[in-house]
Design a protein around this ligand. Structure first.
Ligand SMILES: NC(=O)c1ccc[n+]([C@@H]2O[C@H](COP(=O)([O-])OP(=O)(O)OC[C@H]3O[C@@H](n4cnc5c(N)ncnc54)[C@H](O)[C@@H]3O)[C@@H](O)[C@H]2O)c1
Length: 261
């Protein structure tokens, strides 16, 4: 069902986005990998099985012009965009009183406005096509708000609200489907900037830390079968969705673990 589908993935040069690109290529989709670094994108594209159809495009999601250009380049090449995965994002973690204002602004510009820019740029094409899928990677932090993550949590909370409103605007009148994924901690380069030794991830029980493969798999599943929202604290490889099964327990657990940070 994903065969020949053109899927635009932002933040595809590492972590969840890179893994998603590989999984999409495996099922015969056409991933369009977007990130800022051409070299890193090339390396991801090369790691795919030979014969994979993949397009790499450089764009900063913080630039309206570059986002628009990436969408136009995709349309020029394939004539359609079946799905968009808003995955680009980053986190800075400090107490509210310590984090400079510029860091709050940058996280809103990339994590939130990046989603708005890309989503608005693809929507006219999806409308014309009569259908489409938009999946956005937010975070469990955007649902719970945890210590030292005010700027990051707020940017992801904004994303969740944006996607929820958009879903209600589109679900009755179009066949464009909108989903949000909220992962718990994932072992990627995400924490490198503020926590190069991975002190945080090493403190969290290992069974609670997700892999990029698990998150990418759940995004692929959403592309097959859209759902409004997937919360993804998982128990190891089992992928048990704790927040869905035991919302109270899971929230308490997340708070307890993130307080250790
Ligand atoms: N790792 C975690 O614990 C975790 C948990 C919940 C949610 N997330 C979210 O998952 C998504 C992917 O993160 P990851 O864990 O794979 O981390 P990562 O750092 O490995 O990947 C992030 C990707 O986003 C790209 N990116 C960052 N700023 C960009 C910009 N301005 N323009 C274009 N691309 C940009 C990076 O280059 C990279 O390709 C992010 O939105 C992150 O907030 C991560």
């Amino acid at each position: 069902m994903l065969r020949d589908k053109v899927v635009l993935v932002t933040g595809a040069s590492s972590g969840i986005g890179a893994e998603l690109g590989r999984q999409l290529a495996d099922v015969g989709a056409i991933p369009v990998l977007v990130a800022r670094s051409e070299d890193k994108l090339e390396a991801v594209a090369k790691s795919m099985p030979s014969g994979s159809r993949v397009l790499t495009l450089t764009a900063d999601v913080a630039s309206t012009e570059e986002v628009q250009r990436a969408v136009e380049q995709t349309m020029a090449r394939f004539g359609k965009i079946d799905a968009l995965v808003n995955n680009a994002g980053f986190g800075l973690f400090q107490r509210v009183e310590e984090m400079p204002l510029a860091d709050y602004e940058r996280m809103m510009d990339v994590n939130y406005m990046g989603v708005v820019r890309f989503t608005k740029a693809v929507l006219p094409h999806m409308r014309q096509q009569g259908e489409g899928r938009i999946v956005t990677v937010a975070s469990i932090a955007g649902k719970l708000g945890t210590a030292k993550s005010a700027g990051y949590s707020a940017s992801k909370h904004a994303v969740i609200g944006f996607m929820s409103s958009l879903r209600q605007e589109l679900e009755q009148e179009t066949r464009i489907r909108v989903s949000v994924v909220n992962p718990g901690p994932v072992r990627t380069a995400f924490f490198d900037r503020t926590d190069p030794d991975n002190n945080y991830l090493n403190k969290v029980p290992s069974w609670y830390v997700l892999t990029a493969e698990q998150v990418a798999r759940s995004i692929v599943n959403l592309l097959y079968k859209p759902r409004a929202e997937v919360n993804l604290p998982a128990i190891g490889g089992l992928g048990v969705k704790l927040t869905q099964l035991f919302p109270g327990i899971s929230s308490a657990l997340v708070r307890k673990m993130t307080d250790k940070k």
